[in-house]
Design a protein around this ligand. Structure first.
Ligand code: SAM
Length: 286
């Protein structure tokens, strides 16, 4: 059990989690600027990168590096400082700390030690992409980066494709095409997909449509810049017409997409809440 009263006197310092812009410096909040000025120390993923931000806002708070490769030694040092009453802000290179970025282990240790962890709301590519996607915004599933290859990647994609929630994936421009293709192999040609590129920057753009169209678009236009991929959820039983002609059509569509007949029957049986045998009979009899 742990109760935190964020703004009551505490002999320890506080750990402030401060989002930074994902491209557009004007997305820095007044509170974030003020808090970065007020703390004693800023723990930054890349101090040179954060220095540019601090210079822009004329903030001269001292920085210390805190990233994936030094976190094991850095966390005890930061916790010791916090316990001495030093206020620390943690920032990542862009967006919200801990969201596909360093932070979570520091947060966990601070909580364990009774240190107040105070979050500021602010920029994140995930929600920014989601709200303009045009897809159902809730419920959503934020995944972040997929594993780059192997069995685990396949399992991650299968899980995402089978979710009823809208899913949000972060992807590098070099793998956008492959990821779209991998999703298409499992979800079929028609799943609605949105790519959000270079959010908040001058080249911000969205491509929205069926996955086969979006994929084709990127075959013709080289993916460049930073990307979020938003995948619409799997249709729920209540949303699909479960009459037998449709079931047959859906099975056939999956087979045309490259599914083995047995796998297609299983997939549709799952979707319409019928046994594989029933769907097999419908498919073969009609
Ligand atoms: N902490 C960040 C956040 O809150 O969104 C995410 C950091 S993660 C290391 C970087 C990834 O976020 C990029 O590869 C991209 O997928 C996504 N991203 C960050 N900025 C973006 C932007 N301006 N437009 C689109 N995607 C962006």
């Amino acid at each position: 059990m742990n109760e935190q009263k964020s703004f009551q006197d505490n002999s320890f310092g506080s750990l402030f989690l401060i989002p930074t812009p994902i491209g557009n410096l004007e997305d820095m909040t007044f509170r974030a600027v003020r808090q970065l000025e007020d703390v004693d120390l800023i723990a930054a993923e890349d101090t040179r990168n954060t220095k540019n931000l601090l210079n822009h806002f004329k903030i001269d708070t001292t920085q210390i590096s805190f990233h994936e490769h030094n976190k094991v030694q850095r966390i005890p040092e930061l916790i010791e400082k916090l316990k001495k009453g030093i206020n620390i802000a943690q920032v990542s290179d862009a967006g919200t700390p801990s969201i596909s970025d360093p932070g979570k282990e520091l947060v966990q240790e601070a909580i364990k030690q009774g240190i107040n962890v105070i979050p500021l709301p602010g920029a994140t590519a995930s929600i920014t992409a989601l709200i303009a996607s045009g897809l159902v915004p809730q419920p959503f599933y934020f995944y972040g980066f997929l594993t780059r290859k192997g069995k685990q990647r396949n399992e991650e994609i299968e899980d995402i494709v089978n979710r009823v929630e809208t899913s949000i994936i972060y992807e590098s421009p070099f793998r956008v095409l492959k990821t779209l293709d991998d999703i298409r192999k499992v979800a079929g040609d028609d799943r609605q997909i949105v790519t959000a590129r270079e959010l908040t920057k001058i080249h911000e753009s969205f491509v929205r449509g069926a996955i086969k169209e979006v994929k084709q678009w990127f075959v013709e236009h080289d993916p460049k810049g930073e990307f979020v991929i938003v995948v619409s959820g799997k249709k729920q039983v209540s949303e699909i017409n479960v009459d037998n002609t449709d079931i047959k059509k859906e099975v056939q569509a999956l087979i045309d997409d490259g599914y083995k007949p047995k796998a297609a029957i299983k997939e549709i049986a799952n979707l319409v809440n019928k046994s594989k045998n029933e769907v097999y009979d419908i498919y073969h009899e009609l």
